[in-house]
Ligand binder design. Structure first.
Ligand SMILES: *Cc1c(COP(=O)(O)O)cnc(C)c1O
Length: 445
């Protein structure tokens, strides 16, 4: 029994073990190919903020109107983050306090809806996120805010919302007295821009609001290469700040002055107390770097995704949506079911130190495949691009993936080639200062 052990001995061993595990993780990730579409490596300056004393303080409320003393420097940093956010996303109102993308969504749900009201969103196999989803799935919108989630009709062949079929569904909902109050856009498998303008027109008929969840594509939007949701008709844009926008793990919300008071109140006192001030500082740094570098960074991300997709496709891996150029973002999805299921692909590739994740794909919606063993895998090029990789490395990565999935080669042998490929790419690009290695472990104890 744990409580019968010598607790001091146990504590000391656990303390050492935890620190060792962190260092081991750093070695592991340094030697791997990180291709998870929702992650990134922040710049050394962002990592520096995360170890700062800001992370030990409180500053409830808005800069200048805090409920805590000692916020002089914290306030100035938060105002800088807000100013940079306004500049980068051309937004009238920015809130940098949401501590994650899910929390940013919950703030918007709270501001614009009452429990029991209807929200339109994408189903998960169509790219939707669990924070947009139904109560029966344990999703945030349903289970936490009590919204009734209805799905957009979806054109599986083109991987886009079927607008005509959705309009028809809306007429049915309206005739049943179930008019949507909220239209959610944005996704976790986000290959092509969403029809914000058309959906905003639908929303207008119901006097409903449109939220665009840019968690995955915030960096691409910052670089000006994906779409511009606020100009296209979104009322609010929510995001995580650590996916294609390579900041600290945090959230952010962009909107218009007319919603400022409602959104602020939903954030605090509604959803937040402490809002992770070290991450706010990291976000300021990341936004400044985005203004300076993301035009180049995001162009290369998309070039790399297309190159990786094409190279996999040529090696008998069924990357989806070839007829649409595979993708316009950092993400690609492939159906691997003729070789193995998504879970097996994920595990075998991990043994080869190629880190990807299994994913439900549209056909799984029809086949009702178990989410634990889906037909697909999802890959993102944003992190390897940040390390300086270009199209020729994408070709090499595709070759290594094909060795594992198509040709059944020994993953541990492939892992050696992964090390070789990765070795020269050990600095973060597209940032002001890169003195330390991308995955160095910073020891200050
Ligand atoms: C990742 C993701 C989120 C969740 O963001 P967190 O910052 O992890 O809370 C929300 N929405 C979408 C579409 C996502 O992909």
């Amino acid at each position: 029994m744990l409580f019968e052990k010598d607790s001091l001995t146990y504590a000391k061993a656990a303390y050492e073990r935890t620190l060792n595990l962190l260092e081991e993780h750093h070695r592991f990730i340094k030697d791997s190919l990180p291709l998870i579409a929702s992650e990134n490596v922040p710049s050394p300056a962002v990592r520096e903020t995360l170890a700062s004393d800001f992370g030990n303080r409180y500053a409830e409320g808005w800069p200048g109107e805090r409920i805590y003393a000692g916020c002089k420097y914290i306030d100035e940093v938060e105002l800088l983050a807000i100013e940079l956010g306004k500049m980068l996303f051309k937004a009238e109102f920015i809130d940098v306090r949401p501590i994650s993308g899910v929390v940013a969504n919950l703030i918007a749900y709270t501001a614009f809806t009452e429990p029991g009201e209807v929200m339109m969103a994408l189903a998960i196999p169509h790219g939707g996120h669990i924070s947009h989803s139904k109560r029966s799935w344990g999703g945030t919108a349903g289970a936490v805010r009590g919204l009734v989630v209805e799905h957009y009709e979806f054109d599986e062949y083109n991987y886009e919302i079927d607008l005509d079929a959705t309009r028809k569904k809306l007429r049915t909902l309206a005739s049943e007295g179930r008019k949507p109050k909220l239209f959610m856009l944005g996704a976790s498998v986000f290959l092509f821009p969403h029809p914000v303008k058309e959906v905003a027109e639908m929303a207008k008929e119901f006097d409903a609001r449109v939220i665009y969840d840019a968690a995955h594509v915030a960096g691409l939007i910052a670089g000006g290469i994906f779409q511009d949701p606020l100009r296209e008709g979104a009322d609010v844009m929510t995001m995580s700040t650590h996916k294609t926008l390579a900041g600290p793990q945090h959230g952010m919300l962009c909107s218009w002055s007319r919603y400022e008071e409602t959104l602020k109140k939903a954030a605090f006192p509604g959803m937040l107390s402490n809002h992770h001030l070290h991450a706010v500082a990291g976000l300021a740094i990341c936004l400044a770097e985005a203004i300076a570098f993301y035009k180049d960074y995001t162009k290369q991300i998309v070039r790399n995704s297309k190159a990786l997709a094409q190279a996999l496709y040529e090696r008998d891996i069924d990357v989806l949506y070839e007829h649409k150029g595979f993708t316009e973002s950092h993400t690609i999805v492939a159906d691997v079911s003729k070789h193995m299921n998504g879970k097996q692909a994920e595990e075998k590739l991990e043994q080869a130190r190629i880190i990807i994740n299994r994913n439900l794909i549209p056909k799984d919606y029809r086949l009702k495949t178990d989410y634990k063993t889906p037909s697909g895998i999802r890959l993102g090029t944003q992190e390897v691009t940040r390390l300086g990789m270009k199209e020729s490395e994408m070709e090499w990565i595709a070759e290594l993936i094909a060795k594992v999935i198509v040709r059944g080669e020994d993953p541990s042998k492939v892992a050696q080639e992964v090390s070789e490929l990765k070795r020269p790419f050990n600095r973060v690009h597209y940032c002001f200062s890169s003195k330390t290695e991308a995955y160095s472990y910073i020891q200050i104890r």
